[in-house]
Design a protein around this ligand. Structure first.
Ligand SMILES: [Mg+2]
Length: 233
């Protein structure tokens, strides 16, 4: 028996608002600060290694990113990094933490339109304070029936969220830019996964698209979401 879809989960960063682009800008600044010690490719590689290693302890978000940049700076300079450089890294991170939000095209319209017929759940990972700040600034907070700020996005995360706020994952759709965090685990949980690719994708969010899965869909941007959802229900 097929049950009707009742609930739609939205990712936040790079699905509703811009995020990765700010990380790239800060990374560019980081490469400039350390250009006397290493070239950008080496720095990118080392930074990614640090981020990967630290993820289990720091979680996702800007504060962990700052600490990984500092760690990388210490390593590539053989502990000679000037305090000024550390200060600039911290300032760049603080600027990210206070950067005004940029909603992506159609985000507000899509959320508003779907909110009329479905329960909407925002499911995002990252620093709690930062995500709360961005949600408040976005003006979209009121449109969601529930918000889940989680440490990571696994199939269990989606089972829990869609049980708690809906009628289980098989009656839910997850919409997001990350194949690895939004689409694949939501489908593994038994739900639908709609991929909305973003302009920039973080290395660690890449995964193979489940192209042959009947519950996988892709769209160009959120303007297509309402029509796509109406085909699935
Ligand atoms: Mg995202």
């Amino acid at each position: 028996m097929v049950h009707k879809i009742t609930t739609i989960g939205f990712d936040a960063d790079d699905t509703l608002w811009q995020n990765e682009e700010f990380f790239r800008l800060t990374q560019g600044l980081f490469y400039d600060l350390l250009r006397d010690y290493a070239d950008p490719d080496q720095l990118a590689e080392r930074l990614l290694q640090s981020e990967r290693k630290n993820l289990g302890q720091y979680g996702f978000g800007i504060k962990g990113f700052m600490l990984s940049m500092i760690e990388t700076a210490i390593e590539v300079t053989d502990q000679q990094v000037p305090a000024e450089v550390i200060q600039k890294i911290i300032e760049a991170g603080q600027e990210m933490l206070s950067h005004p939000i940029h909603l992506l095209p159609h985000a507000s319209d899509a959320v508003e339109a779907l909110g009329r017929d479905f329960r909407l759940v925002l499911i995002t990972k990252g620093d709690l304070l930062d995500q709360e700040r961005k949600l408040a600034q976005s003006g979209l907070g009121e449109m969601f029936d529930a918000v889940e700020i989680v440490a990571d996005k696994t199939p269990e995360t989606y089972i829990r969220a869609f049980m708690r706020h809906g009628h289980g994952p098989d009656r839910a759709i997850m919409v997001g830019n990350s194949m690895k965090s939004d689409v694949v685990p939501a489908i593994e949980a038994g739900g639908w996964g709609i991929h909305v690719p973003s302009k920039f994708e973080w290395e660690m969010e890449r995964a193979e698209a489940p192209v042959h899965h009947p519950r996988f869909r892709v769209m160009q941007d959120l303007s297509e979401l309402e029509a796509l959802v109406s085909q699935l229900v």
